[in-house]
Design a protein around this ligand. Sequence first.
Ligand code: SAM
Ligand code: SF4
Length: 331
Amino acid sequence: MAGERRDLVDSFGRVIRDLRISVTDRCNFRCTYCMPEEGMKWLDREEVLSFEEFERIARIFVERCGVEGIRLTGGEPTVRADIVTLVQKLAALNVDLAMTTNGSRLTSLAHDLRAAGLRRLNISLDTLRRERFTEMTRRDELDKVLAGIDAAIDAGFDPVKVNAVVERGVNDDEIVDLAQFGRERGVEVRFIEFMPLDASGHWVNDSVVGQDEIVETIAAVFPLEPVPARGAAPADRWRYLDGRGMVGVIPSVTKPFCGDCDRVRLTAEGQFRTCLFATEEFDVRTLLRGGASDDEIVELLASAVGDKWAGHQINQVSFTRPARTMSQIGG
Ligand code: SAM
Ligand code: SF4
């Protein structure tokens, strides 16, 4: 029998509608702003949730707690064996199912993911220069990612979005080139401000290229007009005045959007986090594996969300970096 519906609402009145699930902590890239080159400590196989466990917890979020969108991430979601089957299982929940991927495996997977019910794809691409790509990801796979973007378009994902993290002195001279790439390929590029979630801890405030600078840089070449109201979505968006599509910026550092946040996260090993920057996690896996009822799991989720903080404080002295990196949390 279906249990009672209980929206997850925090003490600021924000209602949770979006769940990010990290399906693996592993990755075939080693982006410098995310992972170390070597020495990453991977989860043991039995620590990571099974497909059945992901399916159950996702069902609880959707059917009991009113979650409307699920995004699969990682690590790199496409390195999880049989990811298409997981997509199929979650698509049966009839939610807005999306994935964030580095794109390197999409030439073989894009059509199957689409057929399995994945609705939206975000592909990460921070540079169009091969040497720089190899430096930034520590893998010589730019061509594979570009082919992956083509495969996603060919498979009918619309719009395909391309995520580009901008780091000062690393790739900030490519903002216009990346915008142009988006215009030409018909994909929506979303620039992401560099966040203090890198494994090496080299993030400093000066390495962030802020939203205003990004938008001014693009608009000087391709005039833009703002698109009003992003709601709970993290990206602010602009339209090219010549009708060649849209571009977005995710201004997590310079203009945090915590006030409208409707997101929560589940790590690959079943730890529940109410914020990307949370320093506390709630152990859903122990409940899942310990015979807990759906009601008991809803209770844990609701009480964790009830204590969700107002927002991260990257720009303040009180800010504490979470102990985990982006790849371990699930970006
Ligand atoms: N492996 C997949 C990918 O790269 O798209 C999914 C996981 S990745 C952690 C999710 C997103 O987080 C990517 O768009 C990545 O560029 C971004 N990201 C990783 N580290 C970041 C950081 N320190 N600051 C901002 N964005 C970051
Ligand atoms: Fe892997 Fe994505 Fe992190 Fe790059 S950003 S190392 S592709 S998880």
